[in-house]
Every structure is written in C-alpha cells, then in structure tokens.
Ligand binder design. Structure first.
Ligand SMILES: Cc1cc2nc3c(=O)[nH]c(=O)nc-3n(C[C@H](O)[C@H](O)[C@H](O)COP(=O)(O)OP(=O)(O)OC[C@H]3O[C@@H](n4cnc5c(N)ncnc54)[C@H](O)[C@@H]3O)c2cc1C
Length: 504
C-alpha cells in the first residue's frame, strides 16, 4: 500500500495544519525530525532549542493519539542525517511513498529549498489572517504603506471589535491611553511556569549536552510545551494581566521581565495557539466587561495588525530584505549583547533578562537594545542574527521585519514611518532602570552623560539630510541645528569617544 509523507516542521505544531487536513490517517505517514541544520543556522538560545524540540515531541505524541502514524527522528538518533532533506530522502528510500506534503515553511530560506525538492507539494499555510499574495496587490496600489490602514482591513475582515461597519468605542486605535510609565505600587502577576515532565527533561539533558556553548540559561525551564498548557498560560494572562496590558504596555521595570504582557509569542509562532482564537477570547473578555477596551484593542492590534503586517512585508520583500541597510551601518555587534556587561543599566538589564528567559517584551527590544544599536550604527544584519538567536519566539518571518524594518530603519521607512530612536529621557520616563545606572540620565555631556543622550544627537547629525525630509523627525533636526557650534562639536566628540570604546 502506498501513501503520502507529511513533513511537519517545528513551528507547524497545529492539529488543523493544512498538510494534515489534506492527509489521510490510514494511508499517510507523518515525519518530524530534529536536525542539526535547523538547530544551528544561528546559535539559538538554549531555552529556544529546548522549547521547540520538547513541543515537537509532545505534538508527535498527540498525533499518534489521534490515529496518525508518526516517524519521529530525534537529534541523537543513529542515522540522523542532520538535514530535513536528508530525513525526507531516508523516508523515501524505505519505499511506498507517492508524494511529500509540506505546509509552506515560514522562512524564505526553506521555502526556496523545498520548492526544488522533487515530488513535493507545498500547501499554503492558512494559520494567518491576511493572504500574503493579496497583500502584495494591496500594498503595490498604495503610495505609502502604514500598518494602521492594513489593521483596519483586518478588523473588518475578522469582525473583531466591530459594531457594524464601525470600530467598537468609536475609535480604531486607543494607543494614546497605552503609554503609562510604571506605577511604584503596581502589583504584577507572574505568568505561570510549567514544571518539565519526563519528555522535557530528556530534551533539557540533550540541549545541555549538545549545545553547551550556546547563549542563555537553560534551567529553570518553565515554558508550556503542549497546547493544553499554552492555553492555560493564555487563560492566566486574560484573567490576571490583560486588564492592565494596555495602560502599561510600554513600561519597563527591573526584575519584572513580563509585567502585563501575554508571553504567548513562542506558542503562537510554533502553532500551539491560534491567532484568531486568541483574539476572540480577548474580545469575549472585553464584551463580558472584564477588560477595558484600550487593553483589548491594544492586544488585538498587535496580533491581527503588527504580526500579520510584518509577515506580509517579509514575504513581499524576500529575498533581499535581509540585506537592507539604507543607513550604511557597519559597526560589529558590541560584545555586551552577549555578556550583559556594560555600565548602561538598561541594556544590561535587558540582555541579562534575555539570557535568563529567552524573552524580552516589545519596548525592551525596540527602545533599549534596538534603539542602542540604531544610535550606535550597528550592522543591521548582525543585529538581526542576534534577535533571531536569542528569543524563544524568533522565526525569520516575524523577527527580520521587526529588526531590519521597525527597529533599525534599514529599509528606509517601508515598515516604520520614522526611526525609533530616543535619548535617555524616554527610557527614564518608561522604566526604573536609570536610578541604578552609573551614568546620569539628566547629563547631556561630560564623563557621566548617559550614552543614549550623546548618541541620539550624534545620530541626528550623522543622518541629518535624510531625517530633515521626514515629517516626524524634522523638529528634532531643527533643534539640533539650533545647538551652538561649540555644543554640536562637543556632543559629536564625546559620542565619537564613546563609540570608540565599543570597538575595543
Ligand atoms: C527588534 C525586534 C525583534 C522582534 N522579534 C520578534 C520575534 O522574533 N518574534 C516575535 O514573535 N515577535 C518579535 N518582536 C515583536 C514583539 O517584541 C514580540 O512579539 C513580543 O514581545 C512577544 O511577547 P508577548 O507574547 O508577551 O507579547 P505581547 O506584548 O503580550 O503582545 C501580544 C502578541 O502580539 C504579537 N506582537 C506584538 N508586537 C508584535 C510585533 N511587532 N510583531 C509581531 N507580532 C507582534 C505577538 O504575537 C505577541 O505574542 C520583535 C520586536 C522587535 C522590536
């Protein structure tokens, strides 16, 4: 008897996956494989590798329980060829296979490779809300591309938070209510942590043995690795954190890595949770009066707006987007992105938290590590490889546009309407990091000046011509122009001296 081979990748852990829907439990076989090529194409955080392998092993068991025949190749299995192609060829060699079915991979690199595999059908991944081909037609008809316009389309398409044709509450976007600095007395709910079962413990031992030099603390390990536990994490978020998510979305507090964030991106991106289902749950919580509209809208916008928008841009602009560098930034990534050893308390806190949790929330990524790299002129490709490696939720389709486009402005403003740069004052307003810093956030120059202050003006000066033409940056350029020549020279000299220390 012959049948098809359904290859399931590590971020395709969804029972409703398009390839499984086309398959036949009686005739087809599922193949899942842990391969070195995928585990090492960047040096992933130890917790990220452990999360993916453990979630894969649990998903394989769920499929078996559901009646599928599953061939699972573990990393240490004898004969493991180390590549997906090799594992598919091994399965084909055993005979009885008509076609290989794969839901389209999330990364261009793999899609390009698999589109050349013989006998392989690539099936569209319909776990997203926007159609990536339709997006290209929509985008190419527009003079400027803004997430907000796309988001409104997605609201209409899904009906989420809609009252007829109008947005609930009379506004599409409640962001103006969502920029509160941290309150000294706020109580933060800790997200649930899930004790490793035997399967996870075996994976933790494997990762400790095979990836000892990779960045990151492996244990304690508390990620959910099953759909049931990911749903429990979502329930906990909706009940305890979502009511405050909106207001404190941009806040940063030392020792509180998660604040009121959902910490569901690893689960969503691996397929353990479904984006539309999550949003419907959040909408229901708002309808039930448990969460305010600014929180529900802010959260839903991240998922049906930003998450879908960056994916669509990724597929539109790949290949090539990964080499975007309109600002010609070429500085190597400073070593403290790995060691956390820097006197800048904010950067140190975000890197150390990343090392321990494989997690940082959006503003920590955008306005601390991303902001610093942009101000310092770090090579966006090197930074991209860092973000891709260090976060448990990082897959190129979502990480690359966030890094190269939103955070580094390396695509010249395709994704973001202005460079996300800020001086120390922003970090001081939105966090408690500056209190313990050896630099003085109020000092604009001199040996104690916060490096973000010096680098901010140096960045404006370096890119003055480009920024003067940006309506959202013109005012800052005009302010720089009003600095006396002496002050301009001092800022540039001190910024240059600081930047020189990064290269040592
Ligand atoms: C430089 C940089 C790199 C990033 N890399 C990744 C990445 O590799 N993977 C990833 O999933 N997100 C990435 N993001 C977006 C965002 O930081 C994370 O999605 C978020 O921090 C995940 O934590 P959370 O689940 O607690 O999110 P919450 O703050 O609770 O938000 C809820 C959900 O909204 C979605 N979301 C929010 N913002 C974005 C965004 N800008 N793009 C896509 N989805 C978004 C996520 O699925 C997230 O789980 C990056 C952002 C920046 C600035």
């Amino acid at each position: 008897m012959s049948g098809n081979l359904i290859l399931i990748l590590g971020d395709q852990l969804s029972p409703e996956l398009s390839s499984l829907r086309q398959g036949d439990r009686m005739a087809d076989r599922v193949l899942m494989a842990e391969v070195m090529a995928e585990a090492t194409y960047v040096a992933h955080h130890k917790k990220k590798i452990a999360f993916v392998f453990s979630a894969m092993r649990h998903f394989a068991q769920d499929l078996r329980d559901d009646g599928w025949r599953v061939d699972y190749v573990a990393l240490d299995d004898p004969g493991n060829t180390g590549t997906l192609r090799g594992e598919v060829e091994r399965a084909l060699a055993s005979g009885g296979i008509d076609r290989v079915l794969v839901t389209e991979p999330g990364e261009w690199r793999l899609l390009d490779e698999m589109s050349r595999w013989p006998g392989t059908d690539l099936i569209a991944d319909d776990r997203f809300i926007a159609d990536r081909h339709g997006f290209v037609r929509w985008a190419e008809e527009r003079k400027t591309l803004r997430m907000e316009h796309f988001y409104r389309l997605m609201r209409r398409k899904t009906g989420l938070l809609m009252e007829g044709d109008q947005p609930a509450g009379g506004r599409w976007n409640f962001d103006a209510d969502n920029r509160k600095p941290p309150a000294p007395d706020m109580e933060v709910p800790a997200p649930p942590r899930f004790a490793p079962d035997e399967v996870t413990q075996a994976v933790l031992d494997l990762v400790a043995k095979r990836f000892p030099e990779n960045f990151g603390t492996l244990e304690p390990f508390g990620f959910a690795v099953t759909r049931a536990d990911a749903e429990a994490a979502l329930d906990h978020f909706i009940e305890h954190a979502l009511p405050h998510f909106g207001a404190y979305q941009d806040a940063m507090v030392g020792g509180q890595p998660f604040l009121f964030h959902a910490v569901v991106s690893p689960y969503l991106n691996a397929g353990l949770l479904d984006p539309l289902e999550i949003c419907r749950r959040v909408e229901t919580a708002w309808q039930g009066g448990w969460v305010p509209l600014n929180s529900a809208e802010g959260f839903i916008r991240q998922i049906i707006g930003w998450r879908e928008f960056v994916r669509a841009i990724y597929w539109w602009k790949m290949p090539g987007y990964e080499r975007s560098n309109v600002l010609d930034a070429s500085r190597p990534l400073p070593w403290f992105y790995w060691s956390g050893q820097t006197d800048m308390a904010c950067v140190s806190a975000c890197v150390n938290q990343t090392r321990d949790e494989a997690y940082a929330h959006h503003i920590q990524r955008l306005m601390v590590t991303g902001n610093f790299a942009l101000l310092a002129g770090v090579d966006p490709h090197a930074l991209h490889e860092w973000y891709l490696a260090v976060y448990a939720d990082a897959y190129e389709w979502v990480e690359l546009p966030n890094t190269v486009g939103m955070s580094q402005y390396a695509d010249g403003g395709l994704l973001a309407s202005k460079p996300y740069v800020a001086s120390g004052a922003y970090i001081d307003r939105m966090s408690d990091y500056c209190g313990s810093c050896r630099f003085k956030v109020k000092a604009k120059s001199g040996p104690d000046a916060c490096p973000f202050n010096l680098l901010y003006w140096d960045f404006i000066a370096r890119h003055r011509t480009r920024l003067a033409g940006n309506p959202r940056m013109g005012q800052m350029v005009a302010t720089w122009d009003r600095f006396s020549p002496d002050r301009q020279q001092q800022v540039r000299r001190e910024a240059g001296a600081f930047l020189a220390t990064l290269d040592q």
